[in-house]
Design a protein around this ligand. Sequence first.
Ligand code: ZN
Length: 411
Amino acid sequence: MIKLTPLRSLPAIALAGSFLLLTGQTKKSWTDAEVMQIHNEAYLIDMHNDSPMFTVTGKSFSERGAGQHTDAVRMKEGGMGGQFFAAYIPSAYVATNSSAHQTLRAIDTIKEDIWKKNSAQFNWADSTAAILANKKASKMSALIGIEGGHAIEDDLRLLRSFYELGARYMTLTWSNTNNWCDSSGDINNPKVKHWGGLNELGKSIVLEMNRLGMMVDISHVSDAAFWAALETSKAPIIASHSSCRALSNAPRNMTDDMIQGLAKKDGVIAINFSCDFLSQKSRDASPMNRPEVMAERQQIMNGSSDHLDAMRLDREFMAKYRSQYKRATLQDVVAHIDHVVQLVGVDHVAIGSDFDGVGCTPEGLDDTSKFPNLTRALLEKGYTPQMVNKIYSGNILRVFAQVEKTAASMK
Ligand SMILES: [Zn+2]
């Protein structure tokens, strides 16, 4: 059952759609051609993907199979519109005060190795206007989101520099609490100094993000930090890759209260595809819950020569245990989308797969080429083409446009 919410003024991307889109029609069966037409018109913008972790170490993005789940070929096959590529900064760089250095390297690989080497498929985008122009030109949009607030080394000047280079969202933390914001990843560790959410520096960073026009991303932060960021921000905020805690009790997922708070301020939660975030059964069965497995992981990581090497070893370690995962399914992804829709309406949910950043992907959504399966599943559940359009790009374009408007008003 779908709870329909009153239509809001739609962004141009929705209004530009076909007859099918405008009728908002529902029916029981859809041909492959109809599914693909609706899918392509919806211009799916995935809010989070970790491919830069692979390309920064020299892997090509142009050939099939370059990353675990993503490359330019499979993105095109999956009929994708835009992708926020994560400039992810491992927390280990904090100790050597080299997080900003690594951020610059991540931004460079997104521009040089992902965008420019695949410019037949991608155009650059750092605004809603650019995304809409790319859609019109039938090009995918390449965008940057920073993952881990430690990237800015506590310096607003670096935040502004990363904005200038094209970063349009930043997760306030990764799994590590930094000097101004608490993370869900270590909130129960008494050895880590916490701030009760966001301290004064953290609040000034959120406000500077508002002034610049950078989306405030609360994926990875603690619950208290979420509420503090929500209260502080003058613009709607996003969760670029989180799912619903009511369906899987992961600290990285959002409670119903949090989703309602986010929606009240017109924000968006983009659903993460990690099996253990989607399904409690997958979470309970995950080998990563077993102490002996985690001890082995730590031992392997301790033997690495540098942080990038550690990431590679970690990926290999996770691959070794892949056969032991109890996989979630495409229907679990639909269930999370539906949970948000039932709770707060269709205007506040989007897609944030975390492809290439997760060890286990759902059956039926194995990689970026499989996205049309999700469109079919949503249509078969009774979602209209217009609702699919909102979930895939309309909602995030609305929030991004409001963030741009807020910035213009603070200049
Ligand atoms: Zn993440």
